[in-house]
Design a protein around this ligand. Structure first.
Ligand code: HSE
Length: 395
């Protein structure tokens, strides 16, 4: 029998405990030994939980127990999750996590500490909820070069956008529903502001390129400014507006951005709806590969956490060891160089717009898609004196 500990008994922590209990026999048969949760660290008590007797409030109980070699961190937020993780790795204990904030901010350091102590820091649940994406990125693209990542990486915002587009729900109602289903962060501004998507994009970029972008350097837009009129016009043309994290290689360097994008009717991400996430990866020579599944919520995220736990038990505590470095100046192109075609809606006459943007394809009254692609900085200069304009990048 192997004994483990959980840090955090919220949506994901409780889901992980429930999953390990539900599949206890299956797991024991697969691993040849059973997995027992010895401790669950939380500030609160849970007298009615079947795990009430495992709750502890003192982190030292866990870090000082030699029987505990593997811990799942599901606390959320950077601190004290980072501090606890570092302390555990330094003591030669493996940590698995769903905490993208810690991985995006401290992943380089924590992976190095894990390597030095012959243990693992595994983070399958940090991106894409239950979608297997982290491990495939560390093993299944080894022979190729990833050139583009485009991902719907946040279940809450995708749920909100889908409910608004397909069911006519208000933004507030759709957000409240996403929260009640356990999709949203404690503070949903991380979801709706795009920051959660941005951190996940940085983690995927690190695995794809070996360089972890500093998330504060990646231009990040949320969904608050999306115009209902644009959503309506684009839906009529078969297009969907999706909040995406995108890394594309331009002039041999990665360029990252988080923003709402237009996905045309035929684009594989167009139909990724509700809480589902979709991650499209273009690699040379493989071409396009799409990962799809439930991106948030207790069961999908717990599934990814539990898979990391069980993989480390089966394959060895030092078996997960990706490496990447923090971005240095010049490693990445700034987001303002991100280049895309544009959707524009403005009262300016079409002739004047064509003179400025080149060929246009009409998608509605006063609404067009450009044939040419523009960098963010070039586009900003072009629209300076246009007056009222609504615009989105096109994927
Ligand atoms: N709040 C996140 C989301 C949870 O909605 O995708 C999963 O990371």
């Amino acid at each position: 029998m192997i004994q483990i500990a959980l840090l955090g008994f919220g949506v994901v922590g409780a889901g992980t405990a429930a999953l390990l209990r539900k599949h206890e026999a299956l797991i024991a048969a697969r691993l040849g030994q059973s997995v027992r949760i010895k401790y669950i660290l939380d500030l609160r008590d849970f007298p009615n939980s079947p795990f009430a007797d495992r709750i502890v409030h003192d982190f030292n109980v866990i870090q000082n127990d030699p029987e505990i070699a593997l811990i799942a961190e599901m606390m959320g937020g950077e601190h004290p999750a980072y501090d606890y993780t570092k302390a555990l790795l330094l003591r030669g204990k493996s940590v698995v996590t769903s905490n993208k904030a810690v991985v995006a901010a401290f992943g380089v350091e924590l992976l190095e500490i894990a390597r030095q102590n012959h243990v693992s820091y595994a983070f399958e649940a940090s991106v894409g909820g239950g979608i297997p994406i982290i491990r495939p990125m560390t093993t299944d693209f080894l022979s190729g070069q990833i050139q583009t990542i485009a991902g719907i990486l946040n279940g809450t915002t995708n749920y909100i956008l889908t409910q608004m587009k397909d069911c006519g729900k208000t933004y507030a109602d759709a957000l409240a529903e996403a929260q009640s289903k356990g999709y949203a962060e404690k503070d949903p501004t991380a979801d709706v502001g795009g920051f959660d998507t941005c951190r996940k994009l940085c983690i995927l970029t690190a695995l794809a390129t070996g360089i972890l972008p500093q998330y504060t350097e990646v231009h990040t837009e949320g969904i608050a400014a999306i115009s209902a009129e644009d959503v309506r016009i684009l839906a009529h043309a078969g297009c969907a507006v999706k909040l995406l994290g995108v890394m594309q290689t331009q002039n041999g360097k990665p360029c990252c951005i988080t923003a709402p994008f237009v996905c045309s009717e035929k684009h594989p991400l167009n139909n990724v709806n509700d809480v589902f996430n979709g991650i499209l990866i273009h690699a040379d020579p493989l071409g396009d590969t799409m990962f799809y599944g439930r991106g948030a919520g207790a069961d999908p995220t717990a599934s990814a956490v539990a898979n990391d736990i069980l993989s480390l038990i089966r394959d060895g505590m030092d078996s997960f060891a990706p490496t990447f470095v923090s971005a240095r100046p010049g490693d990445l192109l700034p987001s303002q160089d991100f280049t895309a075609r544009r959707y524009i809606r403005t009262a300016m006459p079409k002739e004047a717009l064509t003179a400025r943007f080149g060929d246009l394809h009409a998608v509605g009254d006063d609404a067009y898609c450009t044939a040419a692609a523009f960098s963010d900085s070039a586009f900003a200069a072009l629209i300076k004196d246009v007056g009222q304009i609504s615009t989105l990048r096109i994927l």
